[in-house]
Ligand binder design. Structure first.
Ligand code: MLT
Length: 262
């Protein structure tokens, strides 16, 4: 067990202007493979495995704030003072915590298929049940149930390869990390009051068919973050970057390009 932020495993591509991409639950850095390939010509893309996922050790404490501190420790290790921080879903919850704790490290913010509000009682109960499923039956039993809510009908019909890759990614995550993240999300703070404090350029991306974090949540963030841009990705569900990678790369590279040449 370590009580300090520690060395996250990560992948990186490209050079120059740094962009850090935080995966969701229960994913690893490979969630961003298409963004690494699509953006590496413009900037330096860094995709960590969060504590307890992919190649990073599954050691407590598991809290959203600790995940945030781990990412900043990685930026320190890589000599990155400021970056555009992008977070998808749980990665977005972590980006809000990073903003509260380390806002000087932001050059910009990308909120992808995420929301600011905390879990309600029903969501907490569902997560407790998911923890029980992982404890008694394993991640392999939970993963297909999560995949179902993650992608649009279009993706299921037209891109079974994407669904298969997602299922494999979710299934290979260690039980300790998955349980730790579920507990961290149950306990997470309400980031709604944080929204009005965000004063860096912000891009909000949401799949038009996102069920867990719908367009309505993205609009609320857009209304509360002054000067933010909202992009709705047609045909995508909760994992817009995986489902419509070219569309997401396009809006991300325009946003990043404006910051590079500002
Ligand atoms: C994710 O994709 O990270 C999850 O949907 C987050 C959550 O369960 O709230």
């Amino acid at each position: 067990m370590t009580d300090e932020p520690f060395g996250l495993a990560h992948d990186e591509a490209g050079e120059g202007f740094p962009v850090v991409l935080l995966h969701g639950f229960p994913h690893d850095h490979t969630l961003w493979a298409a963004q690494m390939a699509g953006l590496e010509g413009h900037c330096r893309v860094i995709a960590p495995d969060l504590r307890g996922f992919g190649g990073s050790v599954a050691a407590p404490p598991f809290t959203i704030d600790r995940y945030a501190d781990d990412v900043v420790a990685l930026m320190d290790r890589l000599g990155i003072e400021k970056a555009v921080i992008g977070g998808l879903s749980m990665g977005g919850y972590i980006a809000f915590s990073m903003w509260r704790r380390h806002r000087a490290r932001f050059r910009g913010l990308m909120l992808i298929d995420t929301k600011a509000g905390p879990d309600n009682d029903e969501a907490k109960k569902r997560r407790e049940q998911q923890i029980e499923v992982v404890r008694s039956e394993g991640v392999a039993v939970l993963a297909p149930r999560l995949v179902e809510a993650s992608v649009s009908a279009r993706t299921r019909e037209r891109h079974p390869d994407v669904v298969e890759r997602l299922l494999a990614m979710m299934t290979r995550q260690p039980a300790e990390g998955v349980i730790g993240a579920l507990q961290a999300m149950i306990r997470r703070a309400d980031s709604t009051p944080t929204l009005k404090t965000i004063d860096v350029p912000t891009l909000i991306i949401v799949g038009a068919e996102d069920v867990p974090t719908p367009v309505e949540d993205a609009r609320k963030m857009h209304d509360a973050i002054a000067g933010s841009t909202l992009e709705i990705i047609e045909g995508a569900g909760h994992l817009s970057n995986l489902e419509r990678p070219a569309a997401v790369n396009h809006v991300m590279s325009e946003f990043i390009g404006r910051l590079i040449y500002a």
